[in-house]
Design a protein around this ligand. Structure first.
Ligand code: ATP
Length: 483
């Protein structure tokens, strides 16, 4: 039976070409021949060959091998992954050895033995196919890396003294291999800082792998991070590479580190110390090389409390510590951020006929004095919401309704059909939700999420927990409702 394999034979001797083609055609799916070496570039540029069989000498009386060496190098220049077998004259082993030093894979000595030729070419074809597979994977990997570090990523804005210090800390620590821990409330921009560190590091061309430790269930922790072998647990139908290995050579961003239970902290520490990971069901550890950037909204005090966080893991991760201040402590950045997001959403909603272009002076004053418990994420959402709802070109303070989100504000209605739920029933202190008359489920969901976000000061993990959702599911719903 014929094997898959595309082979090119290059020789100026027509008898060799005919004999080679007849022999190999019986065993491989495609055999092409070329009797003029100058045509090689056209052949290999036009199509892919798993193996190329190349004569050592072209032209009568030639025996130095110079032309063979020349074309060998030329092919490798055009397609470095090419697998080349040299044809040498009887006794030309020394030349073959030279050729292999220059990158040839093997050689066939003339006169050849058919079985030996088939065996040599079969091995070369296998090698050629795996090299081109590798090449494809490398290309795919490049695209994925670019997609994971999009150029369109939001720039870090902020000119306050605090932000200038953060920028300087990033610039100094990014080019080193030091592990960095970013502390800050939810929505202060920890992930943005992590991406910035990656971008300014020597690993910028490699992958940025984000792992949301708050979103991975305890049972899946090992399989997600370390990977698993097929059959290692019920449902493991294929081998799967873990995130640590997938991040190899790049930056591993451990988000929501504070959500990791103590026993999993121990496991994480072990693999980070050993820089080796054993996938579930495997018996061999695999080395990996990552630079770790982590983030948490836990306070320094909580992190230093052994009941919450292993101190040995803390010391491993916080070689450099970056403390992102809440937005209320850098309110001089609010105007810049707000005008950036007004422009951003003006472009986004242009097509839908939204005319908003700027903030009024009173709007700017209102948002500058608000405390923004959800930080920049809340500011961003507040601007988007105001722009969606506003009918005019200028946003006023009324468009923001900053003390309580507009959709959970009590209405002064006396309708007997209106159902009111006291705030205590959903655990808030002062807000009363008004359920709409038609009990529209979408609206109720939106209200519940907005209320829970506010209650938990935009802490995504706590909000998700209270709502009985995963963090990822909560993010999806926030996106859907424009929250
Ligand atoms: N300095 C900044 N300039 C512009 N946008 C910012 C800045 N910081 C944060 N943002 C925006 O605010 C939002 C929240 O940022 P990010 O996700 O990085 O915060 P976080 O601290 O990691 O949040 P969480 O703790 O909830 O995961 C994002 O939309 C981000 O683009």
């Amino acid at each position: 039976m014929k094997k898959e394999g595309k082979i090119l034979i290059v020789d100026d001797d027509e008898d060799i070409l005919t004999a080679g083609k007849l022999l190999l055609k019986r065993h491989f799916s495609q055999v092409s021949t070329c009797n003029v070496p100058e045509h090689i570039p056209r052949f290999i540029n036009d199509q892919h060959f798993d193996a190329i069989i190349l004569d050592m000498n072209f032209g009568p009386g030639e025996s130095s091998g110079a032309q063979g060496f020349y074309w060998l190098q030329k092919i490798l220049e055009i397609k470095p992954e090419s697998v080349i077998i040299m044809i040498t004259a009887h006794g030309g082993v020394n030349l073959a050895v030279e050729a292999m030093k220059l990158g040839a894979t093997d050689y066939i000595a003339k006169p050849w033995q058919n079985e030996k030729v088939i065996a040599t070419v079969s091995t070369a074809v296998l090698l050629g196919r795996s090299r081109s597979e590798m090449q494809k994977l490398r290309e795919t990997n490049k695209v994925l890396v670019q997609a994971s570090n999009p150029a369109s990523q939001q720039n870090m804005l902020g000119q306050s003294q605090a932000m200038q210090q953060i920028q300087s800390l990033i610039a100094r620590s990014a080019p080193t291999e030091a592990n960095v821990m970013i502390l800050g409330e939810n929505g202060t921009g920890k992930e943005l800082v992590a991406r910035e560190i990656h971008q300014q590091s020597t690993r910028a061309q490699q992958v940025f792998m984000s792992v949301d430790l708050g979103a991975i269930s305890e049972t899946l922790f090992e399989s997600e991070l370390f990977g698993h072998k097929k059959g290692s647990f019920t449902g493991a139908q294929h081998d799967r590479i873990g995130r640590l290995q997938a991040a190899d050579a790049g930056t591993l961003f451990l988000d929501e580190l504070g959500n990791l239970p103590l026993h999993l902290q121990a496991k994480l520490l072990t693999v980070l110390e050993q820089r080796k990971v054993t996938p579930l069901g495997a018996n061999k550890a695999i080395a990996f090389n990552v630079r770790v950037v982590s983030a948490t909204n836990l306070s320094k005090e909580t992190l230093k409390d052994e009941q919450h966080f292993r101190q040995d893991l803390l010391f491993r991760l916080n070689t450099v510590e970056i403390n992102l201040p809440p937005l209320r402590e850098r309110s001089s950045d609010i105007a810049l951020l707000a005008s950036h997001y007004v422009d951003f959403y003006a472009k986004k909603y242009q097509q839908q006929g939204k005319a908003v272009k700027q903030l009024s002076v009173d709007a700017l004053a209102a948002i500058s004095s608000y405390s923004w418990p959800g930080n920049i994420r809340e500011l961003r959402h507040a601007i988007e919401r105001a722009m969606i709802l506003s009918q005019s070109e200028v946003l006023t303070s009324g468009d923001f309704q900053l003390d309580v989100p507009s959709h959970v504000k009590p209405r002064k209605s006396t309708s007997t059909k209106e159902h009111r739920v006291k705030a205590e029933q959903v655990g808030t202190t002062s807000t009363e939700i008004t359920l709409p008359e038609d009990l529209n489920l979408e609206q109720i969901e939106k209200n519940a999420i907005a209320l829970a976000l506010k209650k938990h000061r935009f802490n995504i993990s706590h909000t998700a927990k209270e709502l009985g959702l995963t963090r990822a599911a909560l993010y999806r719903r926030m996106e859907k409702h424009g929250l």
